[in-house]
Design a protein around this ligand. Structure first.
Ligand code: G3P
Ligand code: MG
Length: 268
């Protein structure tokens, strides 16, 4: 089995809007994804959970409380119930009426206009029910919308990624991490699922890992927690030689990134 190349430019750095432009819009909504595109992001990242009736919904937390007008577990509510909730007012009254979109709605609106990183939440893979599993549904939607070349699927759980790889040999996978790992460990995880990219917490990223992956054509993306999403973190990712950064506020980050690249043009 070969490794799908993924939606990576041959030579370039991906500015990825984390849950869309989550500083200026309610995270993981169509408004946040449109905002990310307008701010100059190269890719949007989103999180996928399953509703009680097994439909892939775009929301980060396992519960509805923080980012919607509802409460309780996402997996305990049907899609119709989730779609009736307000997913914008918690952020600002300006966004009242914004919804937690289905993955299908995001593909319909954003597909082909910007690269998309679909992060499957571990909880979604555990949700049991009389409907197709989350990996099968995500793969089916990517194919249905003709997005195999512009979507990257990631997860913190390698067992979920192995399942996805078996179902979709042609779609690129990113392996997520939030712990220190040696280059050998990273390469082993990536080889097992034929992953195209490694997504590490910027605080744990090392030049050694980047140098082990690059000669093999593998990419490295850096993410951070909310408080750590700063220019310093982006600079560290650039200095380590990473291929992309998950930004909470992609507009200013775009300017900083372009300025850095101009200044360092020609530097290895
Ligand atoms: O995929 C990178 C990042 O989104 C992982 O953390 O918790 O924001 O989904 P989280
Ligand atoms: Mg995520």
């Amino acid at each position: 089995m070969t490794t799908p190349a993924g939606p990576f430019p041959p030579d370039g750095f991906l500015l990825i809007a984390h849950r869309g432009d989550n500083r200026n819009f309610p995270e993981n909504t169509l408004a946040a994804f449109e905002g990310a595109l307008a701010a100059g992001a190269d890719m949007v990242e989103l999180d996928v959970a399953l509703s009680a009736d097994g439909r892939p919904v775009v929301i980060h937390d396992d519960t509805l409380d923080r980012t919607t007008s509802g409460a309780g577990r996402v997996s305990a509510r049907t899609l119709a119930e989730i779609e009736a909730l307000d997913a914008g007012s918690w952020f600002s009254p300006r966004f009242s009426g914004e919804r937690a979109p289905t993955l299908e709605a995001v593909f319909r609106r954003m597909g082909g206009r910007i690269r998309i990183n679909v992060e499957i939440k571990k909880e979604a893979a555990k949700t049991a029910g009389p409907f197709p599993d989350v990996c099968g549904q995500v793969a089916g939607l990517i194919r249905q919308h003709g997005l195999a070349g512009s979507v990257l699927v990631s997860c913190f759980d390698d067992a979920v990624l192995a399942d996805f790889r078996r179902i979709a040999p042609e779609i690129a996978i990113g392996v997520l991490s939030d712990r220190p790992e040696t280059p050998g460990e990273v390469l082993g995880r990536m080889e097992a699922v034929k992953a195209a990219s490694y997504h590490q917490n910027a605080a744990l990223l090392t030049r050694g890992v980047v140098e082990a992956l690059h000669p093999r054509g593998l990419r490295v993306l850096a993410w951070t927690g909310r408080r750590e999403n700063t220019w310093e973190a982006l600079k560290k990712a650039l200095e380590c030689g990473a291929d992309g950064f998950f930004a909470d506020d992609p507009g200013p980050m775009r300017k900083l990134l372009d300025g850095w690249r101009e200044k360092n043009a020609g530097r290895a």
